[in-house]
Design a binder for this molecule. Structure first.
Ligand SMILES: *Cc1c(COP(=O)(O)O)cnc(C)c1O
Length: 421
C-alpha cells in the first residue's frame, strides 16, 4: 500500500542553495535596490559566457525578452510602424504550436498574426516538414518563432536550412531549455533573436526574470534602451520611440547569480529523474518524451506518452474532462487525478495553440497541409490528423522536482503502474 506523500511532490519547484540570499543581501546592504547594480552586470556576463553569445540583456521576464525579440524582428523586416501599430502589423509569423502561450502572445503584442506549425513525434517540437509545407502555402512569411519544449532541442539544423532558403529570420524561445545543447551548441544561440527565462519553475530561477541573448551589439543596445522606457541620451527624459519597463531588478539578479553555479547540477538531477522514470516504466505501454541522439536536453520536465492501444476513452472540452476506466488501460486524466490524490503534482502537456479559443481563427499547418481542414483531435481511439492534438491527448508531465527523493519517485512510478491495472 502506498500512502499519500506527507510533503507534496512538485512538478518543478525552485531549488535554492544559499548563495542566492548572500547576493540579495549584498544588494540590500549596498542599497542597489533598483534595476541597476552589480548582480545584473554579473548575471549578464556569466550567462553570455555560459551560453556562448556575445551579449545578454537581463529583463523582467522571458516574455519581455520574447516581446523585444519580436519587435526587433518586425522592425528589421518591415520598418518602424506608426505609434498606433505594431511592428508586425498584419504580417503572418510561423510559430511553434505545442508550447506555452508566452511563445506566441508577443506576435499579437506587435499586431502580427501567428500561423501555427504542427509538432513532430521525434522531439515534440516544430516539425520541419510542416514548416516546409507552410512556406508552400504562405511564401511571403519572413519570421519563424521556435521553442524547445521541456528542455529538448528542436531540429534546428533542418529548421535553419528551411528558413535560410526562404530568407526568414528566427526567434528562438529557449525559456525551458537553458543548458541544453544540439551537436554541442547551446540552445539560445541558434536564432537571430534569442530568449531565456528565470521563472520560478525553470531549470534555474530568479523567482522571475528573463534574458535577451545575441551576438549583435546594436540589437543588444536597442533592447537595453527599449527595456528602460526608451530614454534618449539627453540631460532630461527625452523619448523618440515607445518604451517599456522591462529591466530586471538587481534583487532578482541576486537570486539568479546564486543559481548560475548550480545549473549543471540541476541538469544532472533532472536527467537522473528522467532515467529513473524510463527504467521504472519498463513493460508499461508508455514512452518517455523523446530527443534526438545528437542533442543533450536539460531534462527540465520528464513526460510520458501512452501508446494508442493502451488509452482508455478520454474526452476533453474547453474546461472539463471525462474518461471511462478500462482494465489494462489508462489516460492522462486518470494518472493526473491519481497522482493528485497522493499529493503529487503532474501536468497536462501544453495544450496546442491551434486548439486555444483565443487563437481559433489563426491558421494551422501540418506536414500534410491545412491542419484545420480535417482535424478530429477529440475523438479518442480514432486516427488523429495532427500530432500536437495527439500528444496533448495521450501525454502528460510527471513530477520532476530536483528535490524529489528516489523513494518518492519510486512511489510515483508505482502509482502510475497501478493506473494500468
Ligand atoms: C516560461 C516560458 C516562457 C515565459 O517565460 P516567463 O519568464 O515566465 O515570462 C516562454 N516560453 C516558454 C516555452 C516558457 O516555458
Amino acid at each position: 500500500m502506498i500512502k499519500p506523500f506527507e510533503k507534496k511532490v512538485w512538478l518543478s519547484s525552485p531549488t535554492m542553495h544559499g548563495e542566492e540570499l548572500e547576493y540579495v543581501k549584498k544588494a540590500y546592504e549596498t542599497n542597489w535596490m533598483s534595476t541597476v547594480g552589480e548582480n545584473i552586470n554579473e548575471v549578464e556576463r556569466q550567462i553570455a559566457e555560459k551560453v556562448g553569445c556575445k551579449y545578454a540583456v537581463a529583463l523582467s521576464a522571458g516574455t519581455a525578452a520574447l516581446h523585444l525579440c519580436t519587435k526587433l524582428a518586425g522592425e528589421k523586416l518591415y520598418g518602424m510602424p506608426k505609434t498606433s501599430e505594431g511592428t508586425l502589423q498584419g504580417h503572418k509569423v510561423f510559430c511553434t504550436d505545442m508550447t506555452f502561450d508566452a511563445t506566441v502572445n508577443p506576435i499579437a503584442y506587435e499586431n502580427g498574426e501567428a500561423v501555427f506549425i504542427d509538432t513532430e513525434y521525434d522531439t515534440w517540437n516544430m516539425d520541419p516538414r510542416a514548416l516546409e509545407k507552410a512556406f508552400e502555402i504562405y511564401p511571403e512569411v519572413r519570421l519563424v518563432v521556435v521553442a524547445h519544449l521541456y528542455g529538448t532541442p528542436a531540429k534546428m539544423d533542418e529548421i535553419r536550412k528551411i528558413c535560410k532558403a526562404h530568407n526568414t529570420l528566427i526567434i528562438e524561445d529557449a525559456a525551458e531549455s537553458l543548458g541544453a545543447t544540439l551537436k554541442g551548441q547551446q540552445t539560445g544561440t541558434f536564432g537571430d533573436y534569442n530568449a531565456i527565462s528565470f521563472n520560478g519553475n525553470k531549470i534555474i530561477t530568479g523567482s522571475s526574470g528573463g534574458m535577451f541573448l545575441t551576438d549583435n551589439k546594436a540589437d543588444a543596445e536597442k533592447v537595453r534602451k527599449w527595456s528602460t522606457q526608451s530614454r534618449e541620451n539627453a540631460p532630461w527624459y527625452q523619448h523618440e520611440e515607445i518604451g517599456y519597463n522591462y529591466r530586471m531588478s538587481n534583487v532578482i539578479a541576486g537570486v539568479v547569480r546564486g543559481q548560475i553555479p548550480h545549473l549543471e547540477e540541476h541538469i544532472a538531477q533532472k536527467k537522473a529523474i528522467y532515467e529513473r522514470y524510463k527504467a521504472g516504466f519498463k513493460g508499461l505501454p508508455v514512452t518517455m518524451n523523446p530527443y534526438s541522439p545528437d542533442s543533450e536536453p536539460n531534462f527540465w520536465l520528464s513526460c510520458l506518452i501512452i501508446h494508442p492501444e493502451a488509452m482508455c476513452k478520454q474526452v476533453r472540452g474547453d474546461s472539463e474532462v471525462a474518461y471511462i476506466k478500462e482494465p489494462g488501460k489508462s489516460c492522462p486524466t486518470e494518472i493526473l487525478e491519481t497522482l493528485a490524490s497522493y499529493n503529487a503534482e503532474g501536468r497536462p502537456i501544453w495544450k496546442p495553440m491551434h486548439l486555444q479559443p483565443i487563437y481559433r481563427i489563426n491558421a494551422f499547418v501540418t506536414k500534410d497541409g491545412n491542419g484545420r481542414a480535417n482535424s478530429n483531435a477529440y475523438i479518442a481511439g480514432e486516427k488523429l490528423t495532427d500530432v500536437g492534438a495527439d500528444i496533448f491527448q495521450r501525454g502528460l508531465c510527471l513530477p520532476s522536482d530536483n528535490k524529489m527523493m528516489a523513494e518518492e519517485q519510486d512511489a510515483v512510478i508505482e502509482i502510475i503502474r497501478k493506473c494500468f491495472e
